[in-house]
Design a protein around this ligand. Structure first.
Ligand SMILES: Cc1ncc(COP(=O)(O)O)c(C=O)c1O
Length: 395
């Protein structure tokens, strides 16, 4: 499939047809696999797989439906290999912990999803791993933070919820200068609009729960990178610690990939219109959307991302009371902390996803009491703008 364009690869890559010749990929809902004889079992455990065969042993190690999902997302991402996990957080955890050891140093952008921050800030130091948090958009801070013991850096761009853009190529260069690796959480950009591996990152992680499923059904995640990294570091870690993706959820993600490009494009078309509409409302004091010229890193976003994506954040006048009046006035857009769904979802980060942070930390990240984060869905943009406008009028 390598000669085909991304949209074609999303529909066909990774397919494994059974003897029945099914058009739609099968769900192999099985925990184990049987062997034709005892020596075949012995060979498979030794990793001696005959040419043209696949060596499935047990669903925690791998499964044909999961393998189809891994191959299809690898083809889209341009990665040598992938390993699927039960959730996005399992992917982040595995991608980091499979390679870190006591004495290592990690650098991370401060603007991270709360659970990622927990792994970096709370778990890493518990295992003797030192951490430096930096303002991701300030390259000087990355340069200052790295040292000989730095094993890796972790960032997400655009970040949650302020949609800060970090220069992936520049940060990768700093990291590679000290022999360290860059891990990018590419959830907000989606694999359709940003390709971190092409920009110099070493490892990419996804919560497949978001745009890849795209209809709010299943949890899932995936780690992508070089064949050596996936086979020698991620695979043994996930195999033996257990966060395997269920075959059913893998099938949902696999079928989600077939429509990913179309959904994300339609959602981005609407997000562009919605961002301009809310920015023009008198009850909105600040709009954060990488596609708008007033975004602080608009040029970098345009250079690094094919399109600005499906997420729009904005600040409503009147602090928390104003934001709550607005949220409670919405009829169509639903209040939920999830994102990447066909349904438009909105959240108030200061009291939900980022409530664990101190007021000072929130202020440092620009998460004000009036800030709301909108995940734009597949509804007609005119209906979305109508709903958002009538709720903003109440503020
Ligand atoms: C940027 C980012 N990374 C990781 C995750 C974790 O994904 P999951 O909920 O699938 O574990 C999320 C959302 O929950 C997210 O928004």
């Amino acid at each position: 499939m390598a000669d085909y364009r991304p949209r074609t690869r999303l529909v066909h890559s990774g397919s494994r047809r059974s003897q029945y010749g099914e058009t739609s990929e099968a769900i192999y809902l099985t925990q184990g696999f049987v062997y034709p004889d005892a020596s075949a079992a012995e060979a498979r455990f030794k990793g001696e797989i005959p040419e043209g065969e696949e060596g499935f042993i047990y669903a925690r190690y791998g499964n044909p439906t999961v393998a189809m999902f891994e191959d299809r997302i690898s083809a889209l991402e341009g990665a040598e290999a992938a390993f699927a996990t039960a959730s996005g957080m399992a992917a982040v955890h595995a991608a980091l912990m499979c390679q870190l050891r006591a004495g290592d140093h990690v650098v991370a952008a401060r603007a991270l999803f709360g659970s990622c921050l927990y792994i970096i800030e709370t778990l890493c130091p518990r295992f003797g791993i030192e951490v430096t948090l930096v303002d991701g958009t300030d390259l000087a801070q990355w340069r200052e933070a790295v040292r000989a013991e730095t094993r890796l850096a972790f960032l997400e761009t655009p970040s949650n919820p302020t949609l800060e853009i970090i220069d992936i190529s520049a940060v990768a260069e700093v990291l590679h200068g000290v022999g360290a690796r860059l891990v990018v959480d590419n959830v907000f950009a989606t694999p359709v609009y940003q390709r971190p591996l092409d920009l110099g990152a070493d490892i990419v992680v996804y919560s497949a729960t978001k745009h890849i499923d795209g209809q709010g059904r299943c949890l899932g995640g995936v780690v992508l990178g070089s064949e050596r990294f996936i086979r020698d570091e991620v695979e043994p870690y996930v195999k033996h610690t257990g966060p395997a993706l269920s075959p059913f959820n893998a099938w949902v993600m696999l079928k989600g990939l077939e429509t990913l490009h179309l959904r994300v494009a339609a959602q981005t078309d609407s997000a562009e219109k919605v961002a301009d509409a809310v920015a023009g409302h008198r009850a909105v004091s600040r709009t954060l959307y990488p596609g708008r010229p007033d975004h602080p890193q608009h040029n970098l976003a345009a250079a690094q991302m094919e399109r600005p994506g499906t997420m729009v954040s904005f600040e409503v006048e009147g602090g928390k009371a104003g934001a709550f009046r607005f949220l409670d006035g919405l009829d169509l857009v639903r209040i939920s902390n999830n994102l990447g769904d066909a349904k438009s979802l909105i959240t108030h980060p200061a009291t939900t996803t980022h409530q664990r942070l101190s007021a000072d930390a929130r202020a440092h990240l620009g998460i004000s009491d009036g800030l709301v984060r909108l995940s734009v869905g597949l509804e007609d943009p005119a209906d979305l703008i109508g709903d958002l406008s009538q709720a903003l009028d109440r503020v």
